[in-house]
Design a protein around this ligand. Structure first.
Ligand code: DC
Length: 238
């Protein structure tokens, strides 16, 4: 098998709407390139989760920023997810109830500002970071940027499959599709850090692509740009 070498500190931004497959792609790519994968959505979910647990209104920007500041000492965000006070809370953060509140708190400038430097600091050593505004706001100078999407129906179908795998047989594709339309419209139209493709991001529509095809395309681009090197093609990296 070919082994891969990456340039030091390589930062790859992967943005896209929910269900675009960016999480799966980021994870597979991270394993292959031996780079930590950071899911920025978890940070917004964390704020939402803290808001729910402390009965803070999701639109109370000042209170949310204060809540985040007071939580920051106990917060660890890394490639394994989010730990609060030493406890991993990924499972709680991934609930639908938290997702709904996360979408609201993510539209607040103060919350986004409070999370920005944490994301930039963690990215410094090199990573794959996925989210909505990584290529545009968090890491505008990332070495590589990808914008991954798929048709709304396909994204709804993928979400439905995920829920079924988790044992949830009650949701229909149509219901998920309707909710996705609302969330997409809100994410794309908000004034603060809307979901936008950065001009220099590579656009990939994965509607009819398998994950391995998406990965192959990304690897080919990284290789062409000399951001990664196949070890069997060169003897030393300059
Ligand atoms: O990707 P996700 O479903 O875990 O994201 C949770 C929420 O956070 C979702 O409403 C989009 C928002 N988000 C954001 O505004 N900016 C990011 N960089 C990541 C997520």
């Amino acid at each position: 098998m070919k082994s891969i070498q990456t340039i030091p500190g390589l930062r790859i931004a992967i943005d896209g709407p929910s269900g675009s497959g960016k999480g799966t792609i980021a994870k597979t790519l991270g394993e292959f390139l031996q780079l930590p994968v950071l899911d920025t959505g978890l940070l917004y979910r964390f704020v939402a989760w803290r808001a729910i647990n402390s009965a803070t209104a999701p639109e109370d920007e000042e209170a949310l920023v204060a809540l985040l500041q007071s939580s920051q000492k106990k917060l660890v965000w890394n490639c394994e997810g989010i730990f609060f006070g030493g406890n991993k809370c990924n499972a709680e953060l991934r609930s639908e109830a938290v997702a709904a509140v996360a979408s609201s708190v993510a539209s607040l400038q103060g919350v986004r500002r409070a999370l920005l430097s944490l994301q930039q600091t963690v990215a410094k050593a090199g990573c794959i970071m996925d989210g909505r505004d990584v290529g545009t706001v968090v890491l505008p100078d990332a070495e590589a940027k990808f914008f991954l999407t798929a048709s709304q129906r396909e994204r709804a179908r993928r979400r439905w499959m995920q829920l079924r795998e988790k044992g949830d047989d009650n949701s229909s594709i149509e219901a998920i599709l309707n909710e996705m339309k609302t969330r997409d419209a809100r994410d794309a139209s908000r004034d603060i850090a809307p979901l936008l493709k950065s001009d220099d991001a590579i656009f990939i529509d994965s509607t009819t692509m398998r994950p391995d095809e998406v990965i192959d395309r990304i690897l080919a681009i990284l290789e062409r740009r000399k951001l990664i090197i196949l070890n069997n093609q060169v003897e030393t990296y300059p």
